[in-house]
Design a protein around this ligand. Structure first.
Ligand SMILES: NC(=O)c1ccc[n+]([C@@H]2O[C@H](COP(=O)([O-])OP(=O)(O)OC[C@H]3O[C@@H](n4cnc5c(N)ncnc54)[C@H](O)[C@@H]3O)[C@@H](O)[C@H]2O)c1
Length: 348
């Protein structure tokens, strides 16, 4: 295990740090009041850490339903442990007069929404509307809304990589993430808004669980030498995007003066089959796991998914920097450093 850890950390250290500062105007973020909804989440925690490093005055609102308080860094101004649906809690979260709101809080994701469709609507629909209304009342400068690549199914394909499935939502999550985009469109008449469609974000800090993403679930099983289950034939592709790249996109889109409301794809522009992903994870984990193919999930009919990267590059000078190999190495390194047993925490 020690040798494996050294090898994984070498890949990680070779290129992952020192890529970040080019995007960040430090003076822009210094002392800036910022609100992060879902700041205890996988992406929110990384975003808050970066904002604290940049000197922003960060408020987090998160009900810890799938988040962890340990992800929220020391040095934030205020941590409101409450639902975004709760209007008085939201008012308290806006007391700091944020100029930028990053709206990440959500019921995540497709499978969870199938099991809990009403909660999905309450959080991703009503909660999103209330965050946007509060932002408009507070005269914030910009709201950044994190939508999902799964919404691309519901709109016209934007590039050759994008699959052409039957139109229409397959899950409540797809529907409510699209609803959030529509609400952002409505809000944009009163407040500058940017919608980012995130493509399969992964990285350190993500936990395993029934409703969590493929990367942490495969890494966890590979490190235990358990079977690695993949859905379908293994040839379906996705665009796996490292979490610090996503944080770069969030910051760059929030501070850019030449941006439209979007939606912008936030992904690497590289397609990877789920079989290749499982093989890479198995190799990085030094695992003897076998890969087994299960039947395709009924709601998941998209065979290929890949970000169109030109718009983000042109409009807010963002592109992904971290290769899948490097990002996975960082993720595995984090798991190897984790001393406690990682049990699912978010089976709600
Ligand atoms: N991770 C991905 O691959 C991915 C892909 C596309 C879009 N997104 C979007 O990015 C955002 C962040 O995703 P993530 O991966 O960090 O998910 P996450 O589940 O780790 O984070 C979501 C956070 O929102 C909090 N939350 C849930 N309901 C809430 C409520 N009612 N009030 C307040 N807080 C609440 C959770 O406790 C959690 O901390 C989400 O909006 C998600 O839809 C993520």
């Amino acid at each position: 295990m020690r040798l494996l850890k050294t090898r994984v950390q070498d890949v990680y250290a070779s290129s992952i740090h020192n890529t970040r500062t080019w995007l960040e105007d430090v003076t822009y973020w210094q002392d800036r009041p910022v609100l992060v909804t879902g700041g205890a989440g996988m992406i929110g925690g990384h975003l808050c850490s970066r904002l604290v490093d940049l000197g922003s005055a960060v408020t987090v609102i998160d009900d810890l339903s799938s988040g962890l308080k340990e992800r929220v860094p020391r040095g934030i101004d205020r941590f409101v442990v409450a639902s975004i649906v709760n209007e008085s809690a939201l008012a308290f979260a806006f007391e700091n007069r944020p100029t930028i709101v990053f709206h990440l809080a959500a019921l995540f994701a497709n499978e969870n929404s199938i099991q809990h469709p009403e909660l999905d609507l309450e959080v991703n629909g009503l909660g999103t509307w209330r965050v946007f209304e509060a932002a408009a009342r507070s005269n914030v400068e910009r709201v950044v809304y994190t939508s999902s690549s799964c919404v691309s199914n519901l709109t016209e394909p934007t590039n050759l990589c994008t699959a052409r499935p039957a139109p229409g939502a397959r899950t409540p999550y797809q529907a409510t993430k699209f609803l959030g985009e529509q609400y952002a469109q409505i809000l944009s008449r009163r407040v500058s808004t940017v919608t980012l469609r995130l493509f399969n974000c992964y990285g350190p800090g993500d936990l395993t669980g029934r409703y969590r993403s493929v990367v942490p679930n495969l890494v966890d099983k590979a490190l235990r030498n358990e079977l690695l289950p993949i859905y379908g034939s293994g040839t379906d592709t996705r665009d796996y995007t490292y979490v610090e790249d996503v944080v770069d996109a969030l910051l760059a889109s929030a501070s850019s003066s030449s941006i439209s409301a979007g939606p912008y794809d936030v992904g690497t522009g590289v397609e990877t089959s789920v079989m290749s992903l499982a093989v890479a994870i198995r190799r990085l984990c030094g695992s003897s796991s076998s890969i087994i193919k299960g039947s395709r999930r009924t709601w998941d009919n998209v065979q290929r998914r890949c970000a169109e990267t030109d718009a983000a590059k042109n409009d807010f000078n963002w592109q992904a920097n971290v290769s899948l190999e490097t990002g996975l190495a960082a993720t595995v390194a984090w798991y190897l450093d984790c001393t406690r047993v990682l049990e699912p925490v978010c089976d709600r």
